[in-house]
Structures are given as C-alpha cells and as structure tokens.
Design a protein around this ligand. Structure first.
Ligand code: MN
Ligand code: MN
Length: 269
C-alpha cells in the first residue's frame, strides 16, 4: 500500500440478525447510498473535495451473506478479500455485530490496530441473552482475542457495572458523552480503525436508530472528531442505521454526511 495515495472502497454489510431489540439495519446500505447521491445535496466534503470526481473513491457494492452464524465467517472472508487490494475500506452496516468479524479481517493484515469507537453503548457485554455475537458484545470479542492494541470509546452514556468491569479488564479508554469533546484524538496511533455507531448521536439528530439513547452529541460534534483525525484511517464502519425507524430519511442523510467526511480523511492522510 502506498500511504500517500490510498484508494477508498465502499462496501455494504447488510446484516442485522444480532440486533437485540429491533431488526432493520440490514436494509441500511442501499438507503445510505441513496442519500449520498440524493439530488438534494452534492458529493463535496466540507474540506472541498468532490467525491463524485474522485477516481480513488470506489463502491464494491454489498457483501452477499448467508443467514445465521455462517454470516460471520462470510463477513470476515469478504472483508479480507477486499483488503488484499491495499485499499482503505469504508463499511456500511448492518448492526454493530459486524465489527467483530470485520476487525478480525483487519487484524490479519494490520498489527497493533488502534480502534476509535463512537457509541452511546460500550458494547462490552460478555453475552447478551445468551448470544456472545450480539451487537452488544463485539468489543468484548475483539479485546479478548487481542485484535486491537488500544480501544478508545467516545460518547458512552449507558455503562453498566458488568461492562465497567469488562472495560477495566481489557484496558479500554472510556470517554463519556458528558466529557465530550475529548483530547484523546491527539494521542491516536496508527493503524487506526474508526467504528461509528450512529446512536452516539442524540436521537433528536438521528431518529433512525434501534436504540434511542437521549443525552447524546450533535452531528457537528461527530464531524469535528472525524475532521480532527490526522493519522491514516485504514478502515471505518458506520453502523446501526435503521431505516424502519427513520423520519423522512433524515438519519440516512446524517449517515451519508459522516461517510463523506470519513472518506475525505481517508483520502487525505
Ligand atoms: Mn454499538
Ligand atoms: Mn449503540
């Protein structure tokens, strides 16, 4: 990979079988693409890069997945295959369960990943309702398998005693929504993987989510964090958009906006 001129490949992972509360995120990738290309907006990033004229920004479509537990292996293999090109990957979920097999694929290519994780929830449960692959568990699986050397969580506001124990056990650096913005960004190391659960946002900004957790941050707060990243982002996921709950597609536009700004960072450094 030439770090000065990476390509960015977009890929959808339409999977929501590990959602604990509602289904819907499997329908997200085409809705976010539709918002990205909506004639109501354009493909310019806030730094002035026109993604529509950018030949380093490509779309690989969606992974074709089997149902059930076999989907996890298929996600890992599909992502590993795409990583062979050396491209940065911009991944559209799907629920947050996809991040475990995705990061497994990244860990096979990159040593000592740093993960920056934006979420209302720490997603560190050892299991939820008997499911160790639940969307409430991916970062427990990632840390116990040593797939990342550092996990920094921002925006957390649902910490439970069990998950606090897990965070301590795994050495997770947790910054709550109350402490946002954080100065941890300056200390981020490469290779960096960004995992953006849209429910880090206040539901006022993003109603199209399965879990409405009040007290979240604004779209501008999230954009500021993305735009402040000055190190190479080798991969990113944007997860938990639930079109079934959306109002007038406003959350799809938020997802597309975040995606544009992540793509800009990936293409820039
Ligand atoms: Mn999550
Ligand atoms: Mn969440």
């Amino acid at each position: 990979m030439n770090p000065t001129s990476p390509n960015v490949t977009l890929v959808g992972i339409p999977f929501d079988e590990s959602s604990s509360f509602l289904r819907g995120p499997a329908e997200a990738p085409p809705k976010i693409r539709e918002a990205l290309h909506s004639p109501s907006a354009n493909l310019a990033t806030e730094a002035g890069r026109d993604l529509g004229a950018e030949d380093r920004f490509r779309d690989a479509g969606d992974l074709q997945l089997p149902t059930g537990a076999a989907a996890f292996g298929a996600i890992e293999r599909g992502v590993a295959e795409l990583l062979e090109s050396g491209d940065r990957l911009l991944i559209l979920g799907g629920d947050h369960a996809i991040t475990y097999p995705v990061v497994r694929a990244f860990a096979g290519r990159y040593d000592r990943l740093t993960i920056l994780h934006l979420d209302a929830h720490p997603d560190l449960y050892d299991e939820l309702e008997g499911d160790k692959l639940s969307h409430a568990c991916p970062f427990a699986r990632i840390m116990e398998a040593n797939l990342a050397s550092r996990l920094v969580q921002l925006g957390i506001r649902t910490m439970t005693p069990h998950q606090r124990d897990q965070a301590e056990r795994f050495g997770v650096e947790v910054v709550t929504a109350a402490d946002w913005p954080a100065d941890v960004l300056a200390s981020l190391e490469v290779p960096l993987y960004l995992s953006l659960d849209l429910d880090v946002l206040d539901p006022a900004f993003a109603p199209g989510l399965s879990h409405h957790e009040p007290g979240g941050v604004s779209v501008r707060d999230v954009l500021k964090v993305i735009q402040a990243i000055q190190v190479p982002i080798v991969g990113a996921d944007i997860v938990e958009y639930n079109p079934v709950r959306d109002l007038n597609g406003v959350t799809a536009m938020v997802a597309a906006k975040c995606m544009k700004e992540v793509a800009d960072r990936m293409l820039s450094c």
